[in-house]
Design a protein around this ligand. Sequence first.
Ligand code: CO
Length: 171
Amino acid sequence: MSIRALTAGPPTRHLLHLRRTVPERASHQLPGYSVGMKLLNLDHVAIAVHDLDQAIEDHRRRYGVTPMYREVVEEQGVEEAMLAVGGSFVQLLGALRPDSPVGRFLQRRGEGLHHIAYAVVDIEAALAHLKAEGALLVDREPREGGRGTRIAFVHPRGGNQTLVELVEYPL
Ligand code: CO
């Protein structure tokens, strides 16, 4: 399989392909990987924005990218637009309410980088690994994300002040 064939097509298909072809045992043995934590991809980088429509339009004009998905995630109080860039996304995040986590972030810090998200093979195993490592978890159990994914956030404290999201795609 050539690199070109692996990276062609939308990121989701790329990921699903990777997910099917990562040999379970072999990937555990890769240097830098421990059992339970296997990062497949940098899934997305999220940017909190005041005006989602304006941010989408700015990205279209400046970088020539348009949303592949746009979705309201009521439970998180956000509307998100996913712009495909290679095998990853830029996620533009607008707040549905000022008292939501992203709403509070925008009030406190203004627009800007909000979190990075890693795609993982097995989110429960990844969370168990992080617990064992003493990481401070925002979500001790996975919850529902956009596009049928399961997600969990890892607190910035003790993690280089960077909010990290784990994403597991449905099979
Ligand atoms: Co995200």
